[in-house]
Ligand binder design. Sequence first.
Ligand SMILES: Cc1ncc(COP(=O)(O)O)c(C=O)c1O
Length: 382
Amino acid sequence: MRAVQAPIIPITAEMIRAHPGTISLGQGVVSFGPPRQAIAALASFSGGLEDHHYGAVEGTDALVEALRAKLESDNAIRLDAASRIVVTAGANMAFMNAILAVTDPGDEVILQSPYYFNHDMAITMAGCRMVPVATDANYQLLPDAVRRAITARTRAVVTISPNNPSGAVYPEAAVREINATCADRGVYHIHDEAYEYFTYEDARHFSPGSIPGAAAHTISLFSMSKTFGMASWRVGYMIVPARLFESINKIQDTILICPPLVSQHVALAALRVGSGYCRAKVAELASVRKMVLAAFDGISDLCTVPRPDGAFYCLVRVHLPLDPLTLVERLIRDHRVAAVPGTAFGLDGCHLRVSYGALDAHTVEEGIQRLVGGLRAISRQV
Ligand SMILES: Cc1ncc(COP(=O)(O)O)c(C=O)c1O
């Protein structure tokens, strides 16, 4: 475990606690909770004793069937006997299940850099080697570089779109290219779609699981944490090639036994409300995003913000000769605003991940003003 990086959020949270009044632009959560219909459904839980026993390892039939319909309507993924849906305790668990199922210790898994830190952590915990492949200056995929990084030990290529930490949305053609490369080279394509509805302007979400013939080598990960504001309920799901089901079943039976029935009950009611719930929130976030980007435009001499078309993150390249954790400490101590240092995502140089999804628009605006003012002030001191 010493080889596994320490999760960064609790570290910055400690600094924030020590400086009351700090606005955190660090947390990767949404500012809304589940639909009221989902909470209302709690009243109908716990009718019978079976609600208090263990459920099926892969999730309740009712939820799996509802997910099947959702995947068809929202993601154009038509599942047949070649694939299985497994409900998990969140997309992080789905990722860990996938890594344990497809690797042996010593194998390699390719991540796009900057990467999501829990993916790096999961791969290291499984005794595997995380191979980072750089993205371009706009944090977009470099399929040739991915191809070059595949070796005889590679078991999977991981992509996330819309992306955490960069907010990049990968175009359909690039996702297809990676998926086809994985098929050619006999490795799995693990695609994380936790932010599937969080796209802005012309960006479109694309699910590689919808590609004909992709079912045999594609593992798609989804989450209810962001889309339905259900982070604490711990519900995610994965689509896996049917031949992996037995392995996933062993892993999940050992770690979780079953996803909590109460959470699945609430998730089912949320799914019945549908994606419109999240899309309305994303429409509101769109103007917050515009405000954030405009504020950064005003200090373009100090930083560059590659265009984030999705999720609710900007990954800011700061042109200051500072270690990003030191910069974050100074921003919290002297300017009462927090962001996440880019080192957590495997980036060299000075980067900050700024999240604009967790707070109301007014507080984000105040936080961004503090951040912009803080960067300006710090730039005069270094
Ligand atoms: C890309 C990505 N995948 C997965 C997760 C975790 O999702 P869950 O709460 O479903 O485990 C996050 C959370 O920030 C994320 O950014």
